[in-house]
Design a protein around this ligand. Structure first.
Ligand code: PMP
Length: 300
């Protein structure tokens, strides 16, 4: 495994970040999770845009340009020779001292890891999954804009622990007004009377790349959509419900807090969107140039 750290490819053992890095000390940084399908990096430009926008808001200057980061990402995928993979892009504030002041940090660290993650087993796409509602609210939008994909996931992690303790894999997170925000690492949708609905960003949802792809697919299929406020009542009484995320893609939800959703089976419209998403995911991407990267590596 070759990992990009500040401009250089390192082996897994060599790839290291300082213990003084504020990403480690304070969770001061941002990240992206991206999929590679059959040598295509899915919606790389959108991920890069989201990363630079997160950086702008937290006043972090990414030390390389979008073009350089895009190329570095493609080259790191190629250098690992993986045609199907998961990419983790991390930009942290960089090494500083023991105070929180980022002014004392020298240069942000740029890390690109290309590997695999444990995805939902394929069987779950046929059976669907159950959710519970977490008692841990989503970070209020007044505290942190949900569009920032930051290295602070502690409340999502606590919600995930609750899900695990309840014997399910994901948890619904509400905002402080009791409206549905999203799940711990996924956005959430429901179908009701043919209308496809999802919480809007200002209710605490991350601007998911998969979420956007699903809204586009819906528009192409003539499905009416609405982004707005949703309560648990709306989820419990949905005809169909599903999650979206880079790891999850489109995962049918069949039960929430013990209430069966629809007929308790993955919905037909959900499964149709999943089928279409799986066709699109190999077409819509930035192609990785494996031979070029191999030649460049051979030249040293
Ligand atoms: N919400 C949260 C909190 C997430 O971390 C993620 C990404 N894992 C998502 C939603 C889904 O976003 P995307 O489709 O861009 O992966």
């Amino acid at each position: 495994m070759l990992i990009y750290v500040d401009g250089k490819l390192k082996t897994k053992d060599q790839a290291k970040i300082s213990v003084f890095d504020h990403g480690f000390l304070y969770g001061d940084g941002i990240f992206e999770g991206i999929r590679v399908y059959e040598g295509n990096v899915f919606r790389l430009a959108e991920h890069i845009d989201r990363l630079y926008e997160s950086a702008k808001t937290i006043a972090l200057r990414i030390p390389i340009t979008r073009e350089e980061l895009t190329q570095a990402t493609l080259d790191t995928v190629a250098a690992n020779g993986l045609r199907n993979a998961y990419i983790r892009l991390v930009i942290s504030r960089g090494p500083g001292d023991l105070g929180i002041d980022p002014a004392n940090c020298s240069e942000p660290s740029v890390v690109i890891i290309v590997g695999t993650i444990k995805l939902y087993p394929e069987e779950l796409y046929r059976t669907g999954i159950a959710l519970v509602t977490s008692s841990v609210p989503r970070i209020p939008t007044q505290c942190l804009d949900p569009r920032i994909k930051s290295l602070n996931y502690l409340n999502n992690i606590m919600a995930k622990i609750e899900a695990r303790q309840a014997g399910v894999l994901e948890a619904v997170m509400l905002n402080l007004n009791g409206r549905v925000a999203e799940c711990t690492a996924d956005n959430i949708f429901r179908f009701k009377n043919g209308l496809l609905e999802t919480p809007d960003l200002m209710h605490g949802a991350l601007a998911g790349i998969t979420r956007a792809a699903v809204l586009e697919l819906a528009a192409r299929n003539g499905i009416r959509t609405r982004e707005g406020a949703l309560g648990l009542h709306d989820l419990y009484n949905a005809d169909e419900c599903f999650l979206t995320g880079t790891g999850a893609e489109i995962m049918p939800v069949i039960k929430i807090d013990g209430r069966e959703i629809g007929d308790g089976k993955p919905g037909a419209k959900t499964l149709d969107l999943l089928r279409q998403f799986r066709e699109l995911r190999v077409r819509e991407g930035s192609r990785v140039d494996y031979p070029r990267a191999a030649a460049a590596a051979a030249e040293g």
